[in-house]
Unconditional design. Structure first.
Length: 232
């Protein structure tokens, strides 16, 4: 696997690097030894992109960035480093220049199915209601696993949804995209629209929740492996 790029995994809202756990195990099983998972603060797009770039700069050689959910916005902003050779989007946002997550959320008249289950607290953080977490984020995971995700969720600062992209890396780097057809956090058609305008080398659709990285880790690993092999 030495001729393949290192993999840097970037989590999204309401979770941390551990959301990639099953994908990490599968990638390691397939011989990928250079694996990294960023733990972003979710305090602003700038903070998260900077943290991601710091990790990428510590990696010798080419890097394939993989982003889930809001992590797609992060890799879009952070992916212009010279050693980043490709981008994989997993049920993820892929904003254009000057575009924010909030603006993408207004693309369609029908909002995300779970939008009503997200609420801010008095400190400005956004949370998914614990008793609504499974049905909102990961309806295809076992109840116990969903409960752990709900209790350990990592809330973003609400203002992050208004942060805009400056220079989208997907306009310069090869991309791959996975659509979750049962996603309740990002409407599947919105994912398709974002993928279509990127003109990715491949787009796959999975009958999965927003948490496809946890519910279908083998298929997600297949896509990452496809990208890494193409970039070798």
């Amino acid at each position: 696997m030495s001729n393949k790029p290192s993999i840097v995994l970037v989590h999204g809202f309401w979770g941390g690097a551990a959301h990639w756990g099953k994908v990490i195990v599968e990638l390691n099983r397939r011989g990928y030894g250079s694996l990294h998972a960023v733990e972003n603060p979710l305090t602003s797009l700038s903070d998260d992109a900077t943290r991601t770039q710091k990790m990428v700069k510590q990696v010798d050689g080419p890097v394939l960035l993989v982003g889930h959910s809001y992590g797609g916005a992060v890799i879009t902003q952070a992916g212009d480093l010279a050693n980043v050779v490709g981008l994989v989007y997993v049920a993820a946002f892929a904003p254009d220049a000057g575009e924010s997550l909030a603006q993408i959320g207004e693309w369609r008249a029908a909002e995300a199915a779970a939008a009503g289950n997200i609420a801010p607290d008095s400190d400005g953080y956004l949370w998914i209601k614990q008793d609504k977490f499974q049905e909102s984020f990961c309806q295809d995971l076992p109840a116990d696993e969903a409960m752990v995700m709900a209790v350990t969720q990592k809330a973003p600062v609400a203002s992050t949804t208004a942060d805009t992209i400056t220079d989208p890396a997907w306009k310069k780097k090869p991309t791959w995209y996975q659509v979750s057809t049962s996603d309740r956090m990002i409407p599947p058609d919105t994912e398709r629209q974002m993928a279509e305008r990127m003109k990715p080398r491949a787009t796959i659709e999975l009958d999965a929740s927003h948490a496809s990285l946890a519910s279908q880790p083998t298929a997600i690993t297949d896509l990452i492996d496809q990208a890494a092999t193409a970039l070798s």
